[in-house]
Design a protein around this ligand. Structure first.
Ligand code: IMP
Length: 424
């Protein structure tokens, strides 16, 4: 960690890499933890003192009572879901009201944004993105078209602005012939959520963050989703609607590029994807089922089956490049414990053409694999890299050689204690 700097912790594949656990492990070393993109489409699972929490909008640093957590301007927030999430923490005994600061510039997800999300997906038919249904795309679209409602509006003429935007949405839905919805109950909870949000500091978080940095303190920027779901660098149009890459830290928090320190890139020892879109390493056989079962690969937000496959080095190298990753964190190595052979995709192939960089469109490309002998050893009780089997060391060494970036942490289970520092 770097004093006076923002370190970024980013999922560098399709999300669900296990960012929540790592942020929780890292938090003691930081003064502030901040989310810079996304919203309740995220589901960061943390097991804390034996209880499981799924954080959607609230940064994963919230369990450390001494720390300030920030929801930055690049985020979108649904007041009703935020209230449910925050109240679960309050009920569990965490005091959060004074140390969870929300940017006035973050955009509000309305109940009608969620209806629009469903309506747009329905209109796409087979080409649907498979969104989380949380209204993410419609909210970011309105941010870009300059018609959105922001957190700061809660403090200034809120009701009139809300009613006007809701009426606009209802007109769009009517034009789409999508009228079979009822938001009465949702709206009631949403308006309660707005009142609840007033109890939190709604601030100019970009100013606050820059003051923190000027005072020589450090910030951990917690990413959401993953690089391949980035609106610019992901597998468009099968992506989310925000910049999930390291560049998004600057725009999503209001901090300058020269304040960025380390960029931690998190990936799993294998690959998963939720929702539609190309996925060259996807396995449709019992190996894929086995990865899903052992890795509990079911969506934290939607409960959907995650699509599973082997590690994709082509995608990983691309993500490392666009993010400027300085350290790699490999999660869920233990999920591979029982596989006799472990495969890694080292190139893509189509019609006799082989590529070892990410093409513009990965649809229709097949994975070319390199095989590694599995370690067939239980990693979950290991506490130091000295105990690692030779096969795992070879696997890690291959990743480091191919990417030119050190793997500095290897996770071998869901518990904090199962996070092994490679001491490089
Ligand atoms: P949206 O962000 O709800 O618009 O969904 C767009 C795409 O991103 C869909 O394929 C989702 O499944 C995927 N997605 C969104 N958030 C996450 C996440 O936190 N983890 C994994 N996939 C996600």
């Amino acid at each position: 960690m770097n004093k006076g700097k923002v370190d970024a912790l980013l999922g560098i594949v399709f999300g669900d890499e296990g960012k929540g656990k790592v942020v929780d492990v890292f938090t003691p070393g930081y003064d502030v933890v901040a989310r810079f993109a996304g919203g309740p489409n995220a589901g960061h699972t943390i097991i804390f003192e034996g209880k499981k929490f799924v954080l959607r909008s609230i940064p994963s640093g919230i369990f450390d009572e001494g720390k300030i957590n920030i929801i930055g301007n690049g985020c979108v927030i649904a007041p009703d879901l935020f209230m449910a999430e925050a109240m679960e923490l309050e009920t569990a005994g965490y005091s959060i009201k004074d140390r969870l600061h929300i940017s006035k510039r973050a955009h509000l997800i309305l109940p009608t944004h969620r209806v629009l999300d469903r309506a747009y997906e329905a209109a796409k038919g087979k080409a649907k993105v498979g969104t989380t249904g949380k209204g993410i795309g419609p909210t970011y679209s309105e941010k870009a078209s300059r018609t959105g409602l922001r957190v700061g509006d809660i403090l200034e003429g809120f009701t009139a602005k809300y009613q006007a935007l809701k009426a606009r949405h209802e007109q769009i839905l009517k034009d789409l012939n999508y009228t079979d919805y009822d938001i009465t109950a949702e709206e009631e909870a949403w308006l309660k959520g707005i009142e609840y949000m007033r109890q939190f500091p709604l601030t100019d978080t970009e100013v606050e963050l820059n003051e923190v940095l000027k005072a020589g303190k450090n910030v951990l920027a917690e990413g959401a989703q993953g690089t391949l779901l980035d609106i610019d660098h992901g597998t468009y149009p099968f992506v989310s609607s925000s910049n999930t890459v390291s560049g998004g830290v600057c725009t999503g928090l209001g901090v300058a590029p020269n304040t960025i320190g380390e960029i931690f890139g998190i990936f799993k020892a294998y690959s998963t994807r939720v929702g539609s879109g190309p996925f060259p390493v996807e396995l449709f056989d019992e190996t894929g089922d086995k990865l899903r079962e052992i890795g509990h690969e079911y969506g934290a937000v939607t409960g959907r089956n995650r699509r599973c496959g082997w590690l994709d080095m082509v995608a990983l190298k691309y993500a490392i490049m666009v993010n400027g990753v300085t350290q790699l964190i490999m999660m869920k190595a233990d999920v591979l414990d029982t596989f006799p052979t472990i495969r890694v995709c080292v190139a893509y192939e189509k019609d006799g053409v082989t590529l070892n960089h990410m093409p513009y469109n990965t649809e229709g490309w097949n994975a070319v694999y390199k095989d590694f002998p599995g370690w067939q050893t239980d990693l979950t009780k290991m506490t130091s890299p000295a105990e690692f089997p030779a096969e795992l060391n070879d696997y890690i060494k291959f990743i480091e050689q191919e990417t030119g970036v050190p793997v500095t942490i290897v996770s071998v289970g869901p518990d904090r204690a199962q996070t092994i520092n490679m001491e490089k």
